[in-house]
Design a protein around this ligand. Structure first.
Ligand SMILES: NC(=O)c1ccc[n+]([C@@H]2O[C@H](COP(=O)([O-])OP(=O)(O)OC[C@H]3O[C@@H](n4cnc5c(N)ncnc54)[C@H](OP(=O)(O)O)[C@@H]3O)[C@@H](O)[C@H]2O)c1
Length: 343
């Protein structure tokens, strides 16, 4: 069987990390790369990845041309968090009949982000025989797919609480900036108001994904405003300096409500200097289930792994717009990816 031909769509931080990982994985072959950044367009992917060799893959801004010429089996799509922004990009991919695995947060449950656009994507994917899947670590796994899986041994569920707490000190500089670390409270509030800091994108999608899988009809989803985490100590990372009283990061809570009761609660906290980091899932049910991953799963490694590991699933799945709840039990692609494909 031929290698699985892949196109990298979005050669940003995640796209570069994923590309390097793919080069080490048996059975994958990168045949094309797409990006709009003028600093990358026209360059060999190997150069942009900081390798000492060329890969013979020139980054192009013309996705149509790349897809036409390379005829890939799957596109790894990593450009934006918002469905409205990626809609045309995804339509452009599926019209070539090519499967796509995307890190777009809103695509993890697109029906809540924009129902009309989601239906259009589903229709186009089915028409052209392609699969679209939004995945990632969060949304995509830790606060939704893993939660859904953990409900399997339950007979009854009263409520579900999921907490992800990250120590941002060990994360990339852009991430530390994105959560407001090092700002005064006033600067933080201003950046929230102007949309420069958006908080975590995906809590609403994760809640919807869980509720859809469990067939629980939520009365509403409440996403509380993003709150700053104020530092009570001096913290210095490679990228920011935080004095006591300054913002160390952010906290956000979302709740899926049934009959005035919180049925699903998701709490996301990320700040520099956090004393511990963990992912916790607490299911109040019969039986009750308490799961804790400590330290928490590394976001970037988790994201690129989810995208790579879901690629054979997307290739094998029937055409259409899928979410993680439609995927057969997810797992690591440990062997040559072709061993996970039927033909
Ligand atoms: N679901 C999850 O768990 C998860 C986890 C991590 C990241 N993400 C999401 O994945 C996306 C990628 O993350 P990142 O950190 O790699 O972001 P990034 O560093 O900003 O990279 C995005 C890249 O895509 C390019 N791009 C933007 N619009 C494009 C278009 N229309 N066609 C082709 N290329 C385009 C950007 O170019 P310019 O810089 O010139 O715009 C940039 O090079 C983000 O939306 C991020 O929030 C999701």
């Amino acid at each position: 069987m031929e290698k699985v031909k892949c196109v990298i769509y979005g050669v940003g931080a995640i796209g570069r990390m994923l590309s390097k990982a793919l080069l080490e994985k048996d059975g994958f072959e990168i045949v094309g790369a797409v990006d709009v950044d003028p600093n990358k367009v026209g360059k060999d992917l190997g150069e942009v990845l900081g390798l000492n060799r060329k890969l013979g893959v020139v980054i192009s801004k013309d996705a149509d041309k790349v897809l036409e010429e390379t005829k890939p089996n799957v596109v790894f799509h990593m450009t934006s968090s918002f469905l409205s922004k990626v809609f045309d990009q995804l339509m452009g991919i599926v019209k070539h009949g090519v499967n796509v695995v995307s890190s777009c947060e809103e695509l993890s449950y697109p029906y809540i982000s924009n129902f009309k656009l989601a239906l259009e994507l589903d229709k186009a994917a089915k028409k052209h025989g392609a699969t679209i899947l939004g995945t990632g670590i969060n949304p995509g796994f830790l606060m939704d797919t893993l939660v859904i899986t953990l409900t399997s041994p339950c007979l009854k569920i009263n409520s579900i609480k999921v907490t992800r707490q990250m120590n941002a000190s060990t994360r990339r500089g852009p991430f530390q900036k994105k959560i407001g670390a090092g700002l005064s409270v006033e600067e933080f509030e201003n950046k929230i108001k102007s949309g420069i800091i958006s908080g975590h994108v995906g809590l609403e999608q994760s809640i919807s994904l869980i509720a859809d899988a469990l067939k629980v009809k939520l009365d509403k989803i409440v996403v509380e405003p993003v709150k700053p985490v104020i530092s009570d100590k001096y913290v210095k990372t490679d990228f920011v300096e935080v004095n006591p009283g300054m913002v160390a990061g952010l906290n956000q809570t979302a709740r899926g409500i049934v009959s005035d009761r919180d049925f699903i609660t998701l709490i996301f906290t990320a700040y520099v200097g956090a004393p511990e980091e963990y992912d916790a899932i607490d299911i109040d049910g019969i039986p009750e289930i308490h799961q804790r991953i400590s330290p928490c799963v590394h976001g970037d490694w988790g994201t690129i792994s989810m995208l790579i590991n879901m690629a054979p699933k997307a290739i094998e799945s029937p055409p259409g717009l899928l979410t993680m709840k439609d995927i057969t039990v997810p797992h690591c692609v440990l062997s040559d990816v072709r061993e996970y494909l039927k033909h």
